[in-house]
Write a protein that binds this ligand. Structure first.
Ligand SMILES: *[C@@H]1O[C@H](CO)[C@@H](O)[C@H](O)[C@H]1NC(C)=O
Length: 374
Protein backbone atom coordinates (compact mmCIF):
# COMPACT_ATOMS: atom_id res chain seq x y z
CA UNK A 1 0.00 0.00 0.00
CA UNK A 2 1.29 3.42 -0.83
CA UNK A 3 1.31 5.83 2.10
CA UNK A 4 -0.03 8.47 -0.28
CA UNK A 5 -3.16 6.42 -0.70
CA UNK A 6 -3.80 6.44 3.02
CA UNK A 7 -3.55 10.19 3.01
CA UNK A 8 -5.85 10.33 0.05
CA UNK A 9 -8.41 8.23 1.84
CA UNK A 10 -8.08 10.23 5.01
CA UNK A 11 -8.13 13.54 3.20
CA UNK A 12 -11.18 13.05 1.06
CA UNK A 13 -14.65 12.42 2.32
CA UNK A 14 -15.14 8.78 1.39
CA UNK A 15 -18.20 8.30 3.51
CA UNK A 16 -19.44 5.31 1.55
CA UNK A 17 -19.87 2.06 3.43
CA UNK A 18 -19.33 -1.36 1.92
CA UNK A 19 -23.11 -1.78 1.83
CA UNK A 20 -23.40 1.49 -0.10
CA UNK A 21 -21.03 0.15 -2.75
CA UNK A 22 -22.81 -3.20 -2.99
CA UNK A 23 -26.17 -1.47 -3.28
CA UNK A 24 -25.00 1.08 -5.84
CA UNK A 25 -23.43 -1.68 -7.98
CA UNK A 26 -26.35 -4.08 -7.59
CA UNK A 27 -26.60 -4.61 -11.34
CA UNK A 28 -23.29 -6.48 -11.08
CA UNK A 29 -22.97 -7.39 -7.41
CA UNK A 30 -26.47 -8.38 -6.29
CA UNK A 31 -25.52 -12.05 -5.97
CA UNK A 32 -22.53 -11.28 -3.77
CA UNK A 33 -24.71 -8.92 -1.80
CA UNK A 34 -27.19 -11.76 -1.34
CA UNK A 35 -24.49 -14.17 -0.18
CA UNK A 36 -23.26 -11.62 2.36
CA UNK A 37 -26.78 -10.76 3.49
CA UNK A 38 -27.29 -14.41 4.39
CA UNK A 39 -23.92 -14.53 6.17
CA UNK A 40 -24.27 -11.77 8.73
CA UNK A 41 -21.10 -12.66 10.58
CA UNK A 42 -18.92 -12.63 7.46
CA UNK A 43 -20.53 -9.40 6.35
CA UNK A 44 -19.80 -7.80 9.74
CA UNK A 45 -16.17 -8.91 9.55
CA UNK A 46 -15.77 -7.47 6.07
CA UNK A 47 -17.70 -4.34 6.88
CA UNK A 48 -15.59 -3.47 9.91
CA UNK A 49 -12.20 -4.43 8.44
CA UNK A 50 -9.87 -1.57 7.63
CA UNK A 51 -7.17 -1.33 5.00
CA UNK A 52 -8.44 -4.07 2.71
CA UNK A 53 -9.19 -4.58 -0.95
CA UNK A 54 -12.16 -6.71 -1.95
CA UNK A 55 -12.06 -8.54 -5.28
CA UNK A 56 -15.81 -8.80 -5.77
CA UNK A 57 -16.99 -11.53 -8.18
CA UNK A 58 -19.70 -10.30 -10.54
CA UNK A 59 -23.11 -11.93 -10.77
CA UNK A 60 -21.96 -13.86 -13.84
CA UNK A 61 -18.84 -15.00 -12.03
CA UNK A 62 -20.83 -16.40 -9.11
CA UNK A 63 -23.52 -17.88 -11.37
CA UNK A 64 -20.82 -19.88 -13.17
CA UNK A 65 -19.84 -21.53 -9.89
CA UNK A 66 -23.22 -23.19 -9.56
CA UNK A 67 -22.37 -25.63 -12.34
CA UNK A 68 -19.20 -26.66 -10.51
CA UNK A 69 -18.75 -28.81 -7.45
CA UNK A 70 -18.63 -25.75 -5.20
CA UNK A 71 -22.21 -25.98 -3.84
CA UNK A 72 -21.64 -29.63 -2.84
CA UNK A 73 -18.30 -28.80 -1.31
CA UNK A 74 -19.76 -25.88 0.64
CA UNK A 75 -22.31 -28.23 2.14
CA UNK A 76 -19.57 -30.72 3.08
CA UNK A 77 -16.97 -28.29 4.38
CA UNK A 78 -18.16 -25.73 6.88
CA UNK A 79 -15.01 -23.63 6.51
CA UNK A 80 -14.95 -23.44 2.75
CA UNK A 81 -17.15 -20.38 2.35
CA UNK A 82 -14.95 -18.43 4.76
CA UNK A 83 -11.85 -19.63 2.93
CA UNK A 84 -13.34 -18.78 -0.44
CA UNK A 85 -14.33 -15.28 0.65
CA UNK A 86 -11.05 -14.67 2.54
CA UNK A 87 -9.19 -15.42 -0.68
CA UNK A 88 -11.12 -12.57 -2.30
CA UNK A 89 -9.86 -10.05 0.28
CA UNK A 90 -6.40 -8.55 -0.15
CA UNK A 91 -4.43 -7.46 2.89
CA UNK A 92 -3.84 -3.82 2.02
CA UNK A 93 -5.48 -1.08 0.02
CA UNK A 94 -4.45 -1.74 -3.56
CA UNK A 95 -5.89 0.70 -6.06
CA UNK A 96 -6.04 -0.14 -9.75
CA UNK A 97 -3.00 2.07 -10.29
CA UNK A 98 -0.93 -0.18 -8.01
CA UNK A 99 -1.57 -3.08 -10.41
CA UNK A 100 -1.48 -1.02 -13.62
CA UNK A 101 1.98 0.22 -12.69
CA UNK A 102 3.36 -3.32 -12.27
CA UNK A 103 3.43 -5.77 -15.18
CA UNK A 104 3.49 -8.67 -12.67
CA UNK A 105 2.87 -8.57 -8.93
CA UNK A 106 1.67 -10.67 -6.01
CA UNK A 107 -0.84 -9.41 -3.50
CA UNK A 108 -1.32 -11.17 -0.15
CA UNK A 109 -4.81 -12.34 0.75
CA UNK A 110 -6.44 -13.27 4.03
CA UNK A 111 -6.53 -16.96 3.05
CA UNK A 112 -4.21 -18.32 5.72
CA UNK A 113 -5.97 -21.32 7.29
CA UNK A 114 -3.54 -24.24 7.06
CA UNK A 115 -6.12 -26.53 5.54
CA UNK A 116 -6.15 -24.27 2.47
CA UNK A 117 -2.78 -22.55 2.46
CA UNK A 118 0.78 -23.35 3.45
CA UNK A 119 2.15 -20.08 2.15
CA UNK A 120 3.71 -17.92 4.85
CA UNK A 121 2.04 -14.54 5.04
CA UNK A 122 -1.14 -15.87 3.40
CA UNK A 123 -1.92 -17.25 -0.04
CA UNK A 124 -1.52 -14.65 -2.80
CA UNK A 125 -3.15 -13.69 -6.04
CA UNK A 126 -0.85 -12.90 -8.91
CA UNK A 127 -1.70 -9.86 -11.00
CA UNK A 128 -0.69 -9.10 -14.54
CA UNK A 129 -1.28 -5.83 -16.24
CA UNK A 130 -1.15 -5.16 -19.94
CA UNK A 131 -2.56 -2.41 -22.15
CA UNK A 132 -4.44 -0.82 -19.30
CA UNK A 133 -6.14 -4.06 -18.23
CA UNK A 134 -5.67 -5.98 -15.00
CA UNK A 135 -5.96 -9.76 -14.70
CA UNK A 136 -5.67 -11.76 -11.50
CA UNK A 137 -4.37 -15.33 -11.66
CA UNK A 138 -5.41 -17.84 -9.01
CA UNK A 139 -5.38 -21.63 -8.62
CA UNK A 140 -5.13 -23.78 -11.77
CA UNK A 141 -4.09 -20.61 -13.61
CA UNK A 142 -7.70 -19.38 -13.60
CA UNK A 143 -7.85 -15.81 -14.87
CA UNK A 144 -10.11 -13.12 -13.45
CA UNK A 145 -10.29 -9.86 -15.34
CA UNK A 146 -11.01 -6.64 -13.52
CA UNK A 147 -14.11 -5.19 -15.16
CA UNK A 148 -14.51 -2.12 -12.93
CA UNK A 149 -12.28 -0.77 -10.23
CA UNK A 150 -11.59 1.65 -7.40
CA UNK A 151 -14.94 1.65 -5.63
CA UNK A 152 -13.46 3.28 -2.56
CA UNK A 153 -15.25 3.01 0.76
CA UNK A 154 -14.38 3.56 4.40
CA UNK A 155 -12.58 0.20 4.79
CA UNK A 156 -10.52 0.38 1.62
CA UNK A 157 -11.39 -0.27 -1.97
CA UNK A 158 -13.24 -2.81 -4.13
CA UNK A 159 -12.69 -4.07 -7.66
CA UNK A 160 -15.19 -6.13 -9.64
CA UNK A 161 -13.85 -9.30 -11.31
CA UNK A 162 -15.52 -11.30 -14.09
CA UNK A 163 -14.48 -14.74 -12.79
CA UNK A 164 -14.31 -15.91 -9.19
CA UNK A 165 -10.85 -16.73 -7.86
CA UNK A 166 -9.99 -20.41 -7.46
CA UNK A 167 -8.32 -21.38 -4.19
CA UNK A 168 -4.95 -22.86 -5.19
CA UNK A 169 -5.02 -26.67 -4.86
CA UNK A 170 -2.36 -29.16 -3.84
CA UNK A 171 0.55 -29.43 -6.27
CA UNK A 172 -0.29 -32.85 -7.69
CA UNK A 173 -4.01 -32.06 -8.00
CA UNK A 174 -3.05 -28.87 -9.86
CA UNK A 175 -0.71 -30.77 -12.18
CA UNK A 176 -3.37 -33.35 -12.98
CA UNK A 177 -5.88 -30.58 -13.72
CA UNK A 178 -3.40 -28.80 -15.97
CA UNK A 179 -2.29 -32.00 -17.74
CA UNK A 180 1.27 -32.29 -16.40
CA UNK A 181 0.77 -35.91 -15.47
CA UNK A 182 4.28 -37.24 -16.11
CA UNK A 183 5.64 -35.16 -13.25
CA UNK A 184 2.89 -36.47 -10.95
CA UNK A 185 3.70 -40.05 -11.94
CA UNK A 186 7.42 -39.43 -11.39
CA UNK A 187 6.85 -37.92 -7.92
CA UNK A 188 4.69 -40.93 -7.04
CA UNK A 189 7.23 -43.42 -8.40
CA UNK A 190 9.98 -41.77 -6.35
CA UNK A 191 7.77 -41.73 -3.25
CA UNK A 192 8.09 -37.98 -2.68
CA UNK A 193 4.59 -36.86 -3.65
CA UNK A 194 3.46 -36.23 -0.07
CA UNK A 195 6.71 -34.48 0.83
CA UNK A 196 6.30 -32.09 -2.09
CA UNK A 197 2.58 -31.54 -1.46
CA UNK A 198 2.87 -30.84 2.25
CA UNK A 199 6.04 -28.80 2.68
CA UNK A 200 5.28 -25.13 3.24
CA UNK A 201 6.60 -22.42 0.92
CA UNK A 202 7.72 -24.40 -2.09
CA UNK A 203 8.74 -23.51 -5.62
CA UNK A 204 8.59 -26.38 -8.11
CA UNK A 205 9.79 -26.34 -11.71
CA UNK A 206 7.62 -28.84 -13.55
CA UNK A 207 8.80 -30.34 -16.84
CA UNK A 208 6.03 -30.83 -19.40
CA UNK A 209 5.02 -34.32 -20.49
CA UNK A 210 6.93 -33.73 -23.74
CA UNK A 211 10.05 -32.96 -21.69
CA UNK A 212 9.80 -36.28 -19.83
CA UNK A 213 9.05 -38.04 -23.11
CA UNK A 214 12.18 -36.62 -24.72
CA UNK A 215 14.42 -38.39 -22.19
CA UNK A 216 12.42 -41.61 -21.86
CA UNK A 217 15.44 -43.74 -22.73
CA UNK A 218 17.41 -42.26 -19.82
CA UNK A 219 14.52 -42.38 -17.34
CA UNK A 220 13.98 -46.06 -18.11
CA UNK A 221 17.48 -46.86 -16.93
CA UNK A 222 17.37 -44.84 -13.71
CA UNK A 223 17.24 -46.31 -10.22
CA UNK A 224 14.66 -44.85 -7.85
CA UNK A 225 17.48 -43.06 -6.06
CA UNK A 226 18.66 -41.43 -9.29
CA UNK A 227 15.10 -40.43 -10.16
CA UNK A 228 14.64 -38.89 -6.71
CA UNK A 229 17.86 -36.94 -7.12
CA UNK A 230 16.70 -35.57 -10.46
CA UNK A 231 13.25 -34.63 -9.12
CA UNK A 232 14.66 -32.94 -6.03
CA UNK A 233 16.71 -30.77 -8.36
CA UNK A 234 13.37 -29.25 -9.45
CA UNK A 235 12.29 -28.35 -5.90
CA UNK A 236 13.14 -25.18 -3.96
CA UNK A 237 12.16 -25.34 -0.30
CA UNK A 238 11.38 -22.40 1.93
CA UNK A 239 11.12 -19.84 -0.87
CA UNK A 240 8.08 -19.06 -2.97
CA UNK A 241 9.70 -17.68 -6.10
CA UNK A 242 7.02 -15.84 -8.05
CA UNK A 243 8.32 -14.92 -11.48
CA UNK A 244 8.88 -11.28 -10.60
CA UNK A 245 11.34 -12.44 -7.90
CA UNK A 246 13.44 -14.44 -10.37
CA UNK A 247 16.20 -12.42 -11.96
CA UNK A 248 18.42 -13.32 -14.89
CA UNK A 249 21.87 -14.21 -13.57
CA UNK A 250 20.41 -15.37 -10.27
CA UNK A 251 20.78 -18.79 -8.72
CA UNK A 252 18.88 -20.75 -6.10
CA UNK A 253 19.79 -23.87 -4.15
CA UNK A 254 17.45 -26.83 -4.64
CA UNK A 255 16.34 -29.64 -2.32
CA UNK A 256 18.86 -31.83 -4.17
CA UNK A 257 21.67 -29.56 -2.98
CA UNK A 258 22.92 -28.19 -6.30
CA UNK A 259 21.87 -24.76 -7.58
CA UNK A 260 19.73 -23.74 -10.53
CA UNK A 261 20.88 -20.93 -12.80
CA UNK A 262 18.36 -18.42 -14.10
CA UNK A 263 18.80 -16.54 -17.36
CA UNK A 264 16.65 -14.06 -19.18
CA UNK A 265 17.35 -14.20 -22.91
CA UNK A 266 15.38 -12.03 -25.31
CA UNK A 267 12.72 -11.56 -22.68
CA UNK A 268 12.30 -15.29 -22.05
CA UNK A 269 13.15 -16.90 -18.71
CA UNK A 270 15.31 -20.03 -18.64
CA UNK A 271 16.24 -22.37 -15.79
CA UNK A 272 19.60 -23.84 -16.74
CA UNK A 273 18.83 -24.66 -20.38
CA UNK A 274 15.06 -25.20 -19.95
CA UNK A 275 12.62 -22.55 -21.08
CA UNK A 276 9.88 -21.52 -18.67
CA UNK A 277 6.73 -21.97 -20.74
CA UNK A 278 4.10 -21.12 -18.09
CA UNK A 279 4.92 -19.01 -15.05
CA UNK A 280 3.24 -18.57 -11.70
CA UNK A 281 0.71 -21.35 -11.36
CA UNK A 282 -0.31 -20.91 -7.73
CA UNK A 283 -0.58 -24.01 -5.53
CA UNK A 284 -1.61 -24.52 -1.92
CA UNK A 285 1.97 -24.44 -0.67
CA UNK A 286 3.64 -22.07 -3.11
CA UNK A 287 4.10 -21.71 -6.84
CA UNK A 288 4.99 -23.88 -9.81
CA UNK A 289 6.43 -22.94 -13.19
CA UNK A 290 6.24 -25.23 -16.23
CA UNK A 291 9.48 -25.84 -18.15
CA UNK A 292 10.24 -27.50 -21.47
CA UNK A 293 13.09 -29.74 -20.29
CA UNK A 294 13.92 -32.04 -17.39
CA UNK A 295 16.71 -30.45 -15.34
CA UNK A 296 19.87 -32.49 -14.87
CA UNK A 297 21.75 -32.03 -11.57
CA UNK A 298 24.82 -33.54 -13.26
CA UNK A 299 24.68 -30.82 -15.91
CA UNK A 300 24.01 -27.53 -14.12
CA UNK A 301 25.98 -25.53 -16.68
CA UNK A 302 23.66 -26.43 -19.58
CA UNK A 303 22.90 -23.23 -21.48
CA UNK A 304 19.88 -22.47 -23.62
CA UNK A 305 19.74 -21.93 -27.34
CA UNK A 306 17.23 -19.07 -27.41
CA UNK A 307 16.60 -19.56 -31.14
CA UNK A 308 15.29 -23.10 -30.57
CA UNK A 309 11.54 -23.44 -30.13
CA UNK A 310 12.13 -26.37 -27.77
CA UNK A 311 15.37 -26.79 -25.91
CA UNK A 312 17.53 -29.86 -26.40
CA UNK A 313 17.46 -32.20 -23.40
CA UNK A 314 20.03 -31.55 -20.68
CA UNK A 315 20.77 -35.29 -20.69
CA UNK A 316 23.15 -36.23 -23.50
CA UNK A 317 22.18 -39.11 -25.73
CA UNK A 318 18.57 -39.01 -24.55
CA UNK A 319 15.75 -40.28 -26.70
CA UNK A 320 12.10 -41.07 -26.47
CA UNK A 321 11.36 -44.63 -25.42
CA UNK A 322 8.66 -47.06 -26.49
CA UNK A 323 5.61 -47.22 -24.27
CA UNK A 324 4.43 -43.62 -24.28
CA UNK A 325 5.11 -40.70 -21.97
CA UNK A 326 7.05 -41.95 -18.94
CA UNK A 327 5.20 -42.37 -15.62
CA UNK A 328 1.77 -41.53 -17.03
CA UNK A 329 0.30 -45.03 -17.15
CA UNK A 330 0.00 -45.60 -13.42
CA UNK A 331 -0.98 -42.32 -11.81
CA UNK A 332 -2.74 -42.72 -8.52
CA UNK A 333 -5.47 -40.13 -8.26
CA UNK A 334 -5.84 -38.42 -4.93
CA UNK A 335 -8.35 -40.10 -2.65
CA UNK A 336 -8.89 -36.96 -0.60
CA UNK A 337 -11.77 -34.73 -1.54
CA UNK A 338 -10.59 -32.00 -3.80
CA UNK A 339 -11.63 -28.91 -1.94
CA UNK A 340 -11.19 -26.60 -4.81
CA UNK A 341 -13.79 -25.79 -7.41
CA UNK A 342 -12.53 -25.35 -10.93
CA UNK A 343 -15.19 -23.26 -12.54
CA UNK A 344 -15.82 -22.83 -16.22
CA UNK A 345 -15.31 -19.42 -17.69
CA UNK A 346 -18.60 -17.64 -17.12
CA UNK A 347 -20.50 -16.62 -20.19
CA UNK A 348 -22.34 -13.40 -20.68
CA UNK A 349 -25.56 -15.35 -21.04
CA UNK A 350 -25.51 -16.88 -17.56
CA UNK A 351 -29.05 -17.36 -16.45
CA UNK A 352 -31.07 -16.39 -13.43
CA UNK A 353 -29.51 -15.26 -10.19
CA UNK A 354 -28.68 -18.37 -8.19
CA UNK A 355 -29.67 -18.73 -4.56
CA UNK A 356 -27.10 -18.10 -1.86
CA UNK A 357 -25.06 -21.15 -0.89
CA UNK A 358 -26.47 -23.40 1.79
CA UNK A 359 -24.35 -23.06 4.88
CA UNK A 360 -25.32 -24.65 8.15
CA UNK A 361 -26.11 -22.29 10.96
CA UNK A 362 -23.71 -22.04 13.85
CA UNK A 363 -20.77 -23.39 11.85
CA UNK A 364 -17.35 -22.65 13.29
CA UNK A 365 -15.46 -19.80 11.77
CA UNK A 366 -11.74 -19.58 11.84
CA UNK A 367 -11.41 -15.88 12.16
CA UNK A 368 -13.30 -14.98 15.28
CA UNK A 369 -14.71 -11.58 14.58
CA UNK A 370 -12.02 -10.16 12.39
CA UNK A 371 -9.75 -10.94 9.48
CA UNK A 372 -6.49 -12.24 10.88
CA UNK A 373 -3.34 -10.67 9.53
CA UNK A 374 -0.33 -12.96 9.60
C1 LIG B 1 -0.52 -27.74 4.84
O1 LIG B 1 0.32 -28.63 5.54
C2 LIG B 1 -0.39 -29.50 6.43
C3 LIG B 1 0.62 -30.29 7.21
O2 LIG B 1 1.68 -30.69 6.44
C4 LIG B 1 -1.34 -30.37 5.61
O3 LIG B 1 -2.08 -31.21 6.46
C5 LIG B 1 -2.28 -29.47 4.82
O4 LIG B 1 -3.10 -30.27 3.98
C6 LIG B 1 -1.49 -28.52 3.97
N1 LIG B 1 -2.39 -27.59 3.28
C7 LIG B 1 -2.33 -27.39 1.97
C8 LIG B 1 -3.27 -26.40 1.40
O5 LIG B 1 -1.54 -27.94 1.24
Amino acid sequence: MHPSHLLLLAGTTVAQSLQDVLTAQSATLSTLNGWLASEALIFDILNSAQGITILAPSNNALAALYSTTLPTQLALDSNLLTAFLSYHVLDGVFFASDFLNNPVASAPTFLNMQAYSNVSGGQVVQSRSQNGGITFFSGNNVQSNVQAYDFNYVGGTLHIIDTALTIPARITDTLITTGLTACVGALQRAGIEAAVNNAPDITLFVPTNAAFDAIGSILNGMTLEQLTTVLNYHVVRGQVLYSQLIKGGGTVVTAEGAALNFRVVQGALFVNSARVVVTDVLVGNGVVHFIDGVLNPANPTATPDPSAATQAPAFSGANTAAGGVPFTSSIILSTTTTLIPTGPTPTASSGATPPPPVVTAGRPHMYGNYLIRC
